[in-house]
Ligand binder design. Structure first.
Ligand code: SAM
Ligand code: SF4
Ligand code: FES
Length: 329
């Protein structure tokens, strides 16, 4: 689709049913009925950055900060592997404590298990990304958040969008499977810029794209902003599936936070991945990117069972493979 076609669909709510059905068909034909589960470990909520939408931003003095050190982290990984996860995702704020050497040590230990490893730890130098890759990391998640340069500047004090682009292209050139994505519903975001976001995913040849509705957090400058719209986020996701047919697309936690059945609706509108939380329960509420996050009172075993049941209830199967992006599409 060209930009005009994408924008027209985003602006027109009369064709939503067609759009979601079409995205579901494209998903089935290109990546099948299997759902890939990724065990998400939120290992540090300490962050040097000040993204205006995020509860982990450094000026937030209200949340209690934590970091999970190597030995405990490896126990969490072991538990995820025991539960059957074939991918683990390490996610954190931009926490300088975990320098290149510490991360590489952790990566090497994790890769002794039979799992694919995804990192989501923010903007780093080319050399750091290279070191992580050499140590064994397979994938990297870094959302562009928005391709609208003015909005990006407004949302991210003191940093620039060029470095975000640089990171994504560095990761691609190093042979990572690269995940990116955007927030939907930021103040002053337009459907025109959301269409540009989708075109960017295609230009990057992203291997994975995660779309999340924006949810305002009380301890941020956007405390009084409006919630992102679940259905608009779902439309951006469905259009991403139609325009990048063979990639991996998660049904995001933020979608389920806004709609009680959000992940299942997403799985039926183009998504083929879910990222259940495998972090120990004691830390979950503290990784408060936004309020009302699901699964903060559950433990890893409960989440695994919960999501497996939901996926089976719609006739889909749980993949037993690593779930790399399929070759050739
Ligand atoms: N620090 C890393 C980064 O920013 O890439 C990884 C962790 S960050 C918490 C993961 C994602 O959370 C971000 O890419 C952003 O899109 C999302 N996020 C942050 N604040 C949010 C909010 N208020 N509502 C919805 N999603 C949010
Ligand atoms: Fe830090 Fe990521 Fe939150 Fe930005 S989105 S404040 S980089 S944790
Ligand atoms: Fe965590 Fe359902 S996936 S409670």
């Amino acid at each position: 689709m060209n930009k005009q076609e994408i924008t027209d669909i985003l602006n027109d709510n009369t064709k939503n049913d067609w759009l979601f059905r079409e995205a579901d068909r494209v998903r089935r034909e290109n990546v099948g009925d299997e759902v890939h589960l990724r065990g998400l470990i939120e290992f540090s909520n300490i962050c040097a950055r000040q993204c205006k939408y995020c509860g982990l931003r450094s000026p937030n003095r209200v949340i209690e900060r934590y970091r999970i050190l190597k030995d405990e982290l490896l126990l969490i990984v072991q538990n995820a592997v025991n539960m059957g996860y074939k991918t683990v995702v390490l996610q954190s704020g931009e926490d300088d404590y975990f320098d290149s050497d510490k991360m590489c040590e952790i990566i090497k230990e994790i890769k002794k298990h039979d799992v694919a490893l995804t990192l989501s730890i923010g903007e780093k130098s080319y050399d750091e990304y290279k070191a992580f890759k050499v140590a064994g990391a397979d994938r990297y998640l870094l959302r562009i958040e928005t391709t609208d340069k003015n909005l990006y500047r407004e949302m991210h004090p003191g940093v620039n969008i060029e470095n975000r682009f640089r990171c994504l292209y560095d990761l691609k050139s190093l042979g990572y499977e690269v995940g990116t994505g955007c927030l939907v519903g930021l103040p002053n975001q337009t459907t025109d810029s959301l269409a540009d976001d989708i075109l960017f995913f295609r230009e990057l040849n992203a291997d994975m794209v995660g779309i999340g509705p924006f949810i305002p957090h009380n301890e941020t400058p956007l405390a009084h902003a409006e919630n992102g719209d679940f259905w608009l986020a779902l439309k951006v996701m469905a259009l991403t599936r139609i325009n990048l047919p063979g990639i991996n697309i998660p049904a995001t936690t933020a979608m389920e936070t806004l709609h009680p059945n959000g992940r299942i609706i997403a799985l039926q509108s183009g998504a083929n991945v879910v990222m259940p939380n495998v972090t120990s329960r004691e830390y979950r509420a503290k990784y408060e990117i936004y309020p009302g996050k699901i699964c903060t009172n559950e433990n890893p075993e409960q989440c695994r069972k919960c999501i497996e049941n939901k996926i089976k209830s719609i006739g889909r199967t749980i993949s037993k493979s690593y779930g790399h992006r399929r070759a050739n599409n």
